[in-house]
Design a protein around this ligand. Sequence first.
Ligand code: NG6
Ligand code: CA
Length: 515
Amino acid sequence: KFCRGFYRIAKQCLFLVILAILLLSCRKSDQETPPFPNVILIYTDDIGYGDVGAYGGLIPTPNIDRLAKEGLLMENAYATSATCTPSRYAMLTGEYAWRAQGRGVAPGDASALIRKGRETWPAIMQRAGYRTAVIGKWHLGLGGDDGPEWNGEISHGPLDIGFDYAFIIPSTGDRVPTVYVENKHVLNLDLKDPIEVNYQNKVGDRPTGKDHPELLKMMWSHGHNHTIVNGISRIGYMAGGESALWRDEDFADIFVEKSISFIEEEEEIPFFLFLATHDIHVPRMPHERFQGKSGYGYRGDAILQLDWTVGEILRVLDKNEFTENTIVVFTSDNGPVLDDGYEDLAEKLTGDHKPWANLSGGKYSAFEAGTKIPMMVRWPKNIQPGSISPALFSQIDFMGSFAGYLAQSYNQNQAVDTRDSWEVLIGRDKEGMEGLVQEAIQGVLGYVSQDGYKFIPAHQGPEFVPWGTGIKTGFSQEDQLFYLPDDQSESENLAKNKPEIVTALKRKLEEIVRN
Ligand code: NG6
Ligand code: CA
């Protein structure tokens, strides 16, 4: 009897010991590998398909290229629009921007385009347990119907739509107000010197680029001749806010510093960082240490600075041993442009470097270079290093893909266009989407189909972008059909020879538009 009792107790003890070991080992592995990967989206501004080394660019970008070497390079990835605001809008909401009016390039005092209660990609990440941040260029408007309250609490900002932390430039580097916003307030603002912004009439007594070009460190070429701040004239007029003004040369340093603090802030919870660089948008005014270093003018120097930014982020991931389980996506909001309003010699000095690679058009354009952009995805834990994928992918699908992977449901009545393309993102599906819509200026919508055909509907519009960029719009009075695998530069219109394909693609496009 004694023996039996002893045996039973011993068995119970053994069971408890095994249970304890199991529990402990579970906890340990939980700590070692967070359940979900960290996610960093490096969203560059106006970087073209041919602008980085991995895509054939001549300006050295070893850090950006490292993402391709250690991850997946996508050959057929697209932004949704050929300009910034609509691309960002669509990517964050999962709804193509052209579904409503008023989502084109936003002025610097625009009201928020994405309001509280709206389903968004960062909100999905938040619900999945991520801490989230946006650092860099916003350009999606701020504030309610009356616009942003620069001198008080700024409502309807990133914090209202899924970001825990925001450190942003409100619109673009070339638009006033030239101040940072941290969370809901203008950084370093002295309320005794309030900010006033006006996009119609001059306010305050700061000189303008139009009247005082002699004060400029970089001359404007088209537009951009209103209030001068930091020796650069901008779009729009601004008074006050002297203590809050930025120095363009410091953008990259400051965004990197803020990003590193966010990444290193808390180890246990996975993070989602939307790092929206100012580079390489105009005004291109990189830090002094990059100026003159590329031999391609400030545009090239800004690419060096961008590469440095990426290098710093990768270095911090390595240092914290986050590399293995962090997804880093590198991509761009629209295609390239040389002269976008300042005389920074981009055109003169570009030489053999071709920002658009073999594509036609550029930023603003219906031709491929408008929206076809470089995109790399690195995730050592799950993506084969050095992979290359020809799959068709649009940034509209980021949101649905992450929702799918993280098993989060979302409001599909709002996010009507995003789909789960997760297998494409991690390089397993090499075919990709059935088709995607590209938005050019003047609301022109093109359609690219998985089989390589591209359709641009007839449009009465100019051959070149109307404001001096030298970029072809891709518009024609007639329907256009191109077969991209044989004709990347869209030079041979097949519409007359293949009317049945034109009809089919037109129908696809109309179906999506009606959705
Ligand atoms: C254009 C600006 C251009 C740039 C662009 C927005 C002029 C003449 N041109 O209107 O410089 O700011 O808007 O670029 O003002 S984006 O990448 O943010 O969409
Ligand atoms: Ca842009």
